[in-house]
Ligand binder design. Structure first.
Ligand code: ADE
Length: 324
């Protein structure tokens, strides 16, 4: 029922009828309001399709989730997390925006920003690796987006180049908040801490405290050791991404997940020859086992590697450097 309410609020429109009475008409968007096009991506529980709003030709990406499958696989909670986090993250150009949600008998629908240039991973694979200038540009946009979501009390927990999409202008848009964590409201709890000791939320989501969330190569040591993600867990992943953009491969990679986890826990990785020294220094300050000792976002922004970057809205007005 929550689904219907939300969509209705978005589309409610007031009109004066023939008797001069003000009528509130629900013009909630539904499946019939869109023309569906090509498939953009397929996940285990969803398919993302390109679509256009029939009224104004505006283009979107619509994520279609099969209700029966979600219920059967016990993923209802994650679908709700994705909707709730995206509804909190509506004011930043670097995060895929959720415009409407609706459903029909069979499916749930998320109407999202279209990121027509695909995944950052795809671009990286095509080119092999990025130069310093491109890594600085894409890294800065990702970091600015992470700073925003953290300021809104959201930890992503699965940052990786597959979850960084690119729009038609090659600006980044972070997606896939299905495994995100919503922190208690700092204003409500009277504390700016990530985790409030003793509160019911302490220790994160109890029902999955012992299950691995995320992707092996980017998972932080604290998640492996204590099943506890914090804001700094996203910065570990950010360090992995900066490394990967320049090196062409993630820092911790092995034949299977178990061996990858062992490398992460023993901080076993090395830099390829020719890795830029400023980037190396930054990565070394992010890939730190103790989360409290990782460079905080404000210090990352001032790090030598990001020299010359105009932080804030200016970042999103610039054209990206040409990819080589
Ligand atoms: N694949 C998954 N989500 C997408 C989006 N919002 N835009 C384009 N492709 C996608």
């Amino acid at each position: 029922e929550d689904w219907r309410e939300r969509g209705a609020a978005v589309g409610a429109r007031q009109e004066v009828d023939s008797n001069g009475q003000v009528q509130t008409r629900n013009v909630k968007k539904g499946v019939k309001d869109f023309n569906f096009g090509r498939t953009l991506g397929e996940g285990s529980y969803s398919t993302v399709l390109a679509a256009t709003d029939r009224q104004n030709q505006k283009e979107y990406a619509i994520k279609v989730l099969d209700k029966r499958h979600i219920i059967k696989e016990k993923k209802v909670k994650y679908v709700n997390i994705e909707r709730d986090t995206l509804n909190r993250l509506t004011e930043h150009p670097g995060i895929v925006r959720l415009y409407y949600t609706f459903q029909d008998e069979r499916s749930l629908y998320f109407v999202l920003d279209l990121a027509s240039s695909g995944e950052l991973l795809g671009v990286l694979k095509k080119l092999g690796s990025f130069d310093i200038e491109c890594t600085q540009f894409y890294g800065a946009q990702i970091l600015d987006s992470v700073a925003y979501m953290h300021s809104r009390g959201i930890i992503h927990r699965d940052l990786k180049p597959e979850n960084v999409l690119l729009d038609r202008n090659m600006h980044t848009k972070i997606t896939d908040f299905g495994t995100a964590k919503i922190l208690p409201d700092p204003a409500a709890s009277g504390s700016g801490l990530d985790v409030v000791p003793g509160s019911p939320i302490d220790g994160a989501d109890n029902d999955r405290a012992n299950s691995f969330v995320g992707t092996a190569e980017y998972v932080s040591p604290e998640l492996l050791n204590r099943s506890n993600a914090c804001k700094a867990s996203d910065l570990w992943a950010f360090g992995c991404i900066i490394y990967q953009l320049l090196a062409g491969r993630p820092p911790f990679k092995a034949a299977n997940e178990y061996l990858t986890f062992q490398k992460i826990l023993s901080l076993k990785y090395s830099f390829p020859d020719g890795f830029p020294p400023a980037a190396r220094d930054l990565v070394e300050r992010l890939l730190v086992l103790e989360p409290a000792n990782r460079l905080p976002i404000e210090h990352i922004k001032n790090h030598e590697f990001f020299d010359g970057v105009q932080w804030g809205r200016g970042l999103w007005r610039h054209n990206p450097p040409r990819l080589k």
